[in-house]
Design a protein around this ligand. Sequence first.
Ligand code: WTA
Length: 653
Amino acid sequence: MSESGPAISNLQADGAEYPPPPAFAAAARINSRGVVTDADADPVAWWEAQAGRLTWDTPWTRALDDDNAPFYRWFTGGTLNVAANCLDRHLPDRGNTVAFHWEGEPGDTLALTYRDLHDRVCRFANALAGLGVARGGRVAIYMGMVPELPIAMLACARLGAAFTVVFGGFSAEALRERMNDFGATVLVTQDEGWRGGKTVPLKANADDALDGAPGVTHSVVAQRTGGDVNWTPGRDLWFHELEAAASPDCPAEPMDAEQMLFVLYTSGSTGKPKGIVHTSGGYLTGAASTHANVFDLRDDDVYWCAADIGWITGHSYIVFGPLANGATSVMYEGAPGHPAQDRLWGIAERYGVTILYLAPTAIRLFMKWGDQEPAGHDLSRIRLLGSVGEPINPEAWEWYREHIGGDAAPIVDTWWQTETGSIMISPLPGLDTLKPGSAGKTLPGIHAEIVGEDGQPVAGGEGGYLLLTHPWPSMLRTLLGDDDRYVSTYWERFPGKYLAGDGCRQDADGDMWLLGRIDDVMNVSGHRLSTIEIESALVDHPAVAEAAVIGRADPVTGEAIAAFVTLRDGFEGDDRIIAELRDHVAMRIGAIAKPKSIVLTPDLPKTRSGKIMRRLLKDVSEQRNLGDVTTLANEEVVSAIADMADAMRGQED
Ligand code: WTA
């Protein structure tokens, strides 16, 4: 590629636009551009005002401390208690308001009011204190989506102890590695979880993991299924017994704004997971502010983020943001297709959900299951939809709006990362005109830039590297135990600016179009193409349920586009459809984007959070060794794909 050319070519045509419905805009929390321009002119003042949403025990003396950049600190000198902000301060006015409408997979339910949650968190905090957990302590949590999970997180926050949640779908080995890296002394887990009608042996996995984690002295076990578990006396303790025996009186002590709140491990470009460090005052400010503004939250909303708390989305938008705002949320334990493919819509109807926040991969799954599933339920209370985790292709966006949003609800496509702690780029639903496939603009107080290889801003409309150019309160503080990797991963390539690792372009209106991870960018015959554009074009074909595109090494073109496609039920996978799909992409984007090969597969390899593992597909295509696949959810798919790798060669022209 020439130095002067665009860093990332973008060939996607812009399509439909949806201005905010007038009634929605009139009542929205933010409906004037002036709020945004003021915030952008003075981001620190904006964030100070947002921190005013919280209750501080001691006011900060300095909002942004950049003396030791990029080790930024926010609200220094300030103290607060995160759990008190999520619970205690709501008791006078909203004590009897439901915090969580929890629904178990087998159909059992529990409504937890703010008062209930406060009582249980205080008890469990005292129980943890009895196990030696104090300010600065370290607790690992390995659970399914049960009420005890947020209770454990909030109990740690109340004590000023840091926690790390390890997603319940991870293996014993992944748990062991994280507990050791984190330095956990206590593990909170459960007997078993429910998933798709089957039990998940969480305690058995945890027992395995504890074998190689000598620093962990106690394992607290919530009883969920009542299934048989092995028991190590002295080490293992029942959650419910500790809770019942503990005092409900646990005064919330003020913590430093920069007290570590949690570490969340995320995969990087090497095998070793990165421990993303978040602290208290800044993180909660970011989560609360964005949750209120992006989701336009009001008192009578019933909000549902159907993610897993094991990921950052669940931390910020199931637990901390909503609770800091006193919201009423839905929390669901199990699989979306259990016992039937309309499970989510039944839940949304039952609790009168008004705001729903989902991942594109889930939306595409629901599309595949068919329009009749949501159509059988009354979803008329839904007034706002959200999307997070990967770029949403316009076809899925339109389906989501039509079939879930009643052809009216705005969709906020929210771009952010584990590292950013809270949403960075998203439409404001009462202000912005929506474009399917675009995440809209940076939120108030967030500054971004799109640059080329040389660090210079790209010309209008061209793709490049997405940078965040001004620090924000909920940003990661470092990588646990590895300040050097923190600096080299995020701050070195474009000094003083945060490298998000995503490609992006900005259109003439200032709207952002995310182009996937930088390593998902292909270089085909000198054109840098985003995988997501081609995936979008494929999914746009009526026969396609899901598609993943990678660039595989090619002696002629540098990289050749290889596509992996799952067909919708009822479509025949034959040579004719493959030819049709290639032509379809050529028609949608141009001949340059035509996949050189298309492999039809019953499923795509995904991480447990639902992200397509493109790197693995690349390895299969290039017939390399598979490397680390421990985060792979559906391993049998890999061999199915490998079997088909040969078929690819026959299609090349
Ligand atoms: C991707 C999830 C496009 C992106 C909150 C980012 C998105 C990575 C979007 C972070 C979006 C997330 N549009 N891409 N709306 N949201 N991503 O850490 O590549 O699990 O860098 O955080 O997901 O994933 P993570």
